[in-house]
Design a protein around this ligand. Structure first.
Ligand code: FAD
Ligand code: NAP
Length: 539
């Protein structure tokens, strides 16, 4: 079918104004000279950092690598005063980037995309917005986040609670929990941050934990001006190291197998990582096989269990908080999580032993018949991750095919950026992208998407990943993930946190360096994974 370039409202529409959408706008407008419109349903920019304003919200990537690297002047100007960045600082940083590059004029807030359809004849995306507007563009980039679609489980009695209740992923400003009886459901990265932050100020805290967690100290603390200056001096080297690493966290990754050293040496290495802090350092910087060898994994897990036993004074509380499964979720770190359970005002209810039966008007009733009386109920229950924000959209690609049909057995994409039958649609952090500290991967993907868009622009046509390329990439991701211990434990990484969701591999687990290698190969091969249809070629 002939594809004749048609006049459109914009060259590109970008959906989402978080880390990914902001940089995508910059790239397409400033470097490619395209006309671009960004839509975000939020009332401000920042994505994750706009929505997640819960107490204690902080990065677990170090400050100096939880940012963009494309703007070298900004890297030099930015204050680095603490090892991690709290939510207000990340938000302020992203707002500053928008202001610095005069991006706001092309960002339309309070505007959600409800769906989009590809018109094959014109090679145009028709984008539907919840404001009632419809706009057209040749390229559609979805930067809608892999942790942006909140998960509020369908608890019996949900909605009957008479007190205040909040999901951490839509936390309003001005909530004061001081002196209140607070319940927190969920002990993932979010839950442990909220719990640690609010325990000292609330009257009573009831922690509803379904699965105990492995968590290590974050090691947060001040960065001295000398250290900040050193980082800034070495930034080129630091970023090169990040891009050439596996998890892109800027920590030295080990090449030593855990069982190749003595038990004493293992304990020394684990202790050193515990003292320095950071979850990814503990999993990837201690030994090279914690995530792949069950025996090595058990050594790392046993060390954390021994620390829980040391920290938590009441043995029964310690028992409830101690995980027994593999150490195979996204690694957590905290600012004194286990210590909070030594407070008189903090109790853990182990839902794995006494399940949550019903939410009632005065609190939460568990299977032992106890009603835990609360003033405030916090849902720290996570996200319908990776494809969750896509599933609520009405997206139609080639031949009217819907994304929900295309992803019926679980989401698929080539390199996390493109999917067959959806020409000129690119995703940032789509399924089967790298499992890393995310800003570096976002930058790599945005740069690559911009290259392909340039190619399509030059050809004056559409660009679409082939089914073969997508299938074989997903198979590679599947095989790699199954060489690790991660699929052996339920978590959002595989969709296991959402009842009824297909449990599939959704990440490329071989790291950012290898991922970049594949992208580079594609670029030098002339994008063999893609079919570029030009009017001349098809007409
Ligand atoms: P997001 O920041 O999620 O932005 C997506 C945007 O798309 C949102 O603003 C949303 O409103 C918008 N959107 C979605 N659907 C639509 C629609 N249909 N129409 C219009 N707009 C839409 N990662 C790390 O690497 N290190 C960390 O330390 C870290 N900490 C985190 C802490 C928290 C509390 C959470 C929840 C996540 C954290 N992450 C962390 C992951 C984090 O999501 C990424 O680092 C990064 O912020 C993702 O940016 P993004 O732009 O891809 O997506
Ligand atoms: P999460 O890791 O999915 O944790 C959700 C928690 O809610 C889990 O404890 C889960 O229990 C519990 N839960 C879910 N459904 C439940 C149900 N029906 N009944 C009882 N409990 C239920 O979500 P998250 O903590 O929001 O974190 C998601 C991701 O966001 C993280 O992995 C990370 O990538 C990112 N994040 C990072 C940081 C950071 O440190 N910078 C902070 C927050 C978030 P189970 O464990 O039993 O499933």
């Amino acid at each position: 079918m002939a594809e004749t370039p048609t006049q459109t409202d914009y060259d590109a529409v970008v959906v989402g104004a978080g880390f990914a959408g902001i940089y995508m706008l910059y790239k397409l407008r400033e470097e490619l000279g395209l006309s671009v419109r960004v839509f975000d349903k939020a009332s401000g920019v920042g994505g994750t950092w706009h929505w997640n304003r819960y107490p204690g919200a902080m990065s677990d990537s170090h400050t100096h690598v939880y940012c963009y690297s494309f703007d070298k002047e900004l890297l030099q100007d930015r204050d680095i005063t603490t090892k991690y960045v709290k939510q207000p600082q990340v938000l302020e940083y992203l707002e500053h980037v928008v202001e610095r590059h005069d991006l706001a004029k092309d960002i339309q807030l309070n505007t959600g995309m409800t769906g989009a359809s590809f018109d094959e004849k014109g090679g145009v995306w028709h984008v539907r917005l919840d404001t009632g507007e419809n706009v057209t563009a040749r390229f559609l980039v979805t930067a809608i986040g892999l942790l942006s679609q909140r998960n509020l489980p369908d608890f019996p009695g949900l909605g009957s609670f008479a007190g205040e209740s909040y999901h951490t992923g839509a936390w309003p400003e001005g909530v004061d929990l001081t002196g209140k009886r607070v319940g927190v459901i969920g002990t993932g990265s979010t839950g442990i941050q909220v719990i640690t932050e609010v325990a000292p100020i609330v009257d009573h805290l009831t922690v509803f934990q379904r699965s105990p967690q492995y968590s290590v100290p974050s090691g947060n603390g001040p960065v001295t001006p000398e250290e900040a200056a050193r980082i800034k001096r070495d930034y080129d080297k630091i970023w090169a190291g990040v891009r050439d690493s596996m998890v892109a966290f800027g920590v030295e990754e080990s090449t030593t197998p855990a069982m190749s050293v003595s038990a004493e040496e293992r304990r020394r290495v684990f202790q050193e990582a515990w003292d320095k802090g950071n979850g990814f350092r503990y999993m990837f910087g201690t030994f090279c096989d914690i995530a792949t060898d069950p025996e090595a994994n058990e050594e790392a897990a046993a060390f954390v269990r021994s620390k829980i036993a040391e920290i938590v004074k009441d043995p029964e509380t310690a028992r409830k908080l101690t995980p027994t499964e593999l150490y195979a979720k996204r690694p957590l770190c905290d600012s004194g999580y286990f210590e909070q359970f030594n407070r008189d005002n903090v109790e853990v209810v182990h839902l794995g032993e006494t399940p949550l039966e019903e939410i009632v008007s005065s609190g939460v009733r568990t299977a032992d018949g106890v009603t835990h009386e609360l003033d405030v109920l916090v849902y720290a229950t996570g996200f319908d991750a990776v494809d969750g924000a896509y599933k609520v959209l009405d997206l139609h690609g080639r031949g009217g095919k819907t994304m929900n049909d295309h992803w019926g057995s679980g989401p698929t994409a080539y390199m996390g950026v493109a999917t067959h039958d959806f020409p000129n649609l690119f995703m940032v952090l789509g399924p089967h992208g790298p499992f890393t500290n995310l800003p570096p991967s976002i930058e790599v993907q945005v740069d690559w998407i911009a290259d392909i868009i340039t190619k399509a622009q030059e050809a004056g046509g559409t660009v679409e990943v082939t089914k073969d390329a997508e299938d074989s990439w997903c198979q590679i991701c599947h095989d790699l993930a199954h060489q690790t211990v991660f699929p052996k434990v339920d978590s959002w990484i595989f969709g296991a946190n959402i009842p009824g969701k297909p449990q599939v591999v959704t990440f490329y687990m071989a790291g950012l360096a290898a991922y970049r290698g594949v992208l580079d190969e594609q670029t030098s091969n002339g994008y063999t994974a893609f079919e570029i249809r030009t009017p001349a070629a098809t007409g």
